[in-house]
Ligand binder design. Structure first.
Ligand code: PLP
Length: 548
């Protein structure tokens, strides 16, 4: 630490300067801005250190809970941020970091984000957002059309209507899913006779009025954990989120869903919604949406599709048929901050029927007056940024066919990687890619032979050791800092549904080339060789099995 650092005085004059005067040409902040606009990737490469510093060490830099009594110079503090924070952040845009759903961003979003932040519009009401409000409604209209493909008359009539809403823009898939289930719940338990609706009287009275024995929301075993949060905050309870069995491709089993729906009906339990997942977070698979839609129609319940990650596939004319049936959903979640390449904080929920959101409408005296076009009257969140501007800009600058190229190349790259894995004698593909996500693991060649003949306890033992090895490889690779894949746990049918730890790869970054994928496997193979004890144990189990 430089003890002779100059200090700043607390004065109102200095405070006024930080609101009005830009940093000088030689200041650290100005230099960073120049570097960023000259070559963002180089800046990130130079400033994010590859070696992993243990979190315990990093915590030491962030251990003082006192708000400083002494101001800092902007330049000094910027340097401090570079040294302690930026250097130990994660290089999510690196082409060899293929484990995240949020990856590289198009460059033009950096300066445009600055405009968005400088304008600091608040989308909760027209008074603080003006043109941003119609822009956001148009963005919702664009995504609505991408999903539901209604005609021009439909959008002319509803897109800007004060009394209607094609959806809600929000901070992400979690809020979008909560909003969808909120609407579904309120519509399922709406006002009737003396009963004023669940939004006024609450769940207890709603159950009494309708005479139901309970409520349920159904989703496949691969549903996202945000749905549990939704069931919790909406007062349904996490246990009322019922997990439906999946087939060996991680897709919801329609026959299991039909059975569950029938059983719940017999028990007089109200199904608030059935959720289809279009792009599961762990394996990237798509539920049979048409068949789910059929059952929802039969049982008269809300059909929600969680397409937070996979929804962007609709941009591709070549692959959008994978999501066939999504147009029959009552509501759809899409995250623009995943495969639409927008910075974090851009989620959307869309409703087929422009009247659906009326059941969650809120009004207040000073804003959100009845008949106003304030977006806040239909959103769970209050103050919100002008993020929709970035979605709008990206859709104009990249265009639908541009997005199609991005989506197609990501899916085809995943197909290439899957093929590459299956051609290796010592890697096992666990879930084949339907979109640009796949899972696999490292299994020594000889052990693969043993796996084929193993079952019961020996299989369990072998699998446990392989889990340890996968974990070791993933962790070491992350710590080495050259590349990154994530890991998750699955229960594959060919492994007797045993807990199986796998590498999880998302190939969204257009800068990731085939050579990088080859190098990732090579590195994993090298790391595997560095675990002599594990390998020894694995070989002894393997030999045991092959002897028989
Ligand atoms: C990412 C994801 C979510 C949650 O979205 P957030 O933006 O992280 O809140 C929900 N569902 C699925 C299928 C997802 O992939």
């Amino acid at each position: 630490m430089d003890t002779e650092q100059k200090t700043v005085d607390v004065s109102f004059e200095n405070l006024l300067r930080i609101f009005t005067v830009p940093e000088g040409p030689d200041s650290t902040l100005t230099k960073i801005e120049e570097e960023l606009s000259r070559n963002l990737n180089q800046f990130l490469r130079e400033h994010i250190v590859a070696e992993e510093k243990p979190l315990k060490e990093i915590e030491k830099d962030f251990s003082n809970p006192t708000i400083p009594e002494q101001p800092s110079f902007v330049s000094d503090h910027t340097q401090h941020l570079l040294d302690t924070l930026v250097s130990h952040s994660v290089h999510t845009s690196a082409p060899s970091f293929i484990g995240h759903m949020t990856s590289a961003l198009p460059y033009f979003l950096m300066p445009l984000s600055k405009i968005m932040i400088a304008l600091n519009q608040n989308l909760v009401k027209i008074e603080t957002s003006k043109a941003f409000t119609p822009l956001e409604r148009q963005v919702l209209g664009m995504l609505h059309r991408l999903v539901y493909q209604q005609n021009d008359t439909f959008y002319t009539q509803w897109m800007h209507s004060a009394e209607h809403s094609l959806g809600a823009f929000c901070s992400g898939g979690t809020i979008a899913n909560i909003t969808a289930l909120w609407v579904a719940r309120n519509n399922a338990l709406k006002a009737q006779g003396d009963f004023q609706g669940v939004e006024k009287e609450g769940l207890f009275k709603a159950m009494k009025h309708y005479g139901y024995n309970g409520m349920a929301v159904l989703v496949s075993k691969r549903g996202h954990y945000s749905l549990k949060k939704a069931a919790d905050v909406l007062g349904l309870g996490q246990d009322e989120l019922i997990a439906i069995d999946t087939d060996d491709a991680n897709r919801l089993c329609p026959s299991a869903l039909a059975k569950q729906l029938k059983q719940l009906q017999q028990q007089n339990i109200k199904v608030i919604a059935v959720i289809g997942v279009a792009g599961t977070t762990e394996t990237g698979n798509i539920d049979p949406l048409d068949e789910i839609a059929e059952l929802c129609q039969q049982y008269q319940c809300h059909f929600h599709v969680d397409a937070a990650w996979g929804g962007a596939t609709l941009m591709s004319n070549r692959y959008r048929t994978l999501l066939k049936g999504i147009e029959r959903a009552d509501s759809v979640t899409i995250d623009a901050h995943k495969q639409l390449y927008i910075p974090m904080g851009a989620g959307m929920v869309l409703f087929k029927n422009p009247d659906s959101m009326r059941s969650v409408e809120h009004h207040a005296q000073y804003i959100l007056r009845k008949g106003s076009k304030d977006l806040g009257s239909h959103t769970l969140e209050g103050s919100r940024s002008g993020m929709a501007m970035l979605v709008y800009a990206a859709m104009n600058i990249i265009s639908r066919p541009g997005y199609e190229l991005l989506i197609n190349q990501s899916i085809e790259k995943a197909q290439y990687f899957a093929k590459l894995i299956t051609h290796q004698p010592d890697f096992e593909l666990i879930s084949a890619p339907e979109l640009c996500l796949l899972t696999y693991r490292y299994v020594p060649e000889k052990t693969r032979k043993a796996l084929k003949v193993a079952s019961g306890k020996p299989l369990a033992e072998l699998n446990d050791k392989l889990n340890e090895l996968t974990q070791f490889i993933q962790k070491t690779q992350r710590e080495t800092g050259r590349s990154f894949v994530s890991r998750t746990q699955l229960n594959p049918q060919h492994l007797e549904q045993r807990d199986t730890i796998v590498f999880r790869v998302v190939l969204a970054n257009p800068l990731t080339q085939n050579e990088i994928l080859q190098a990732v496997l090579e590195e994993q193979r090298e790391i595997a060789a560095k675990a002599p004890n594990l390998n020894k144990q694995l070989m002894s189990l393997t030999n045991e099995l092959l002897k028989k």
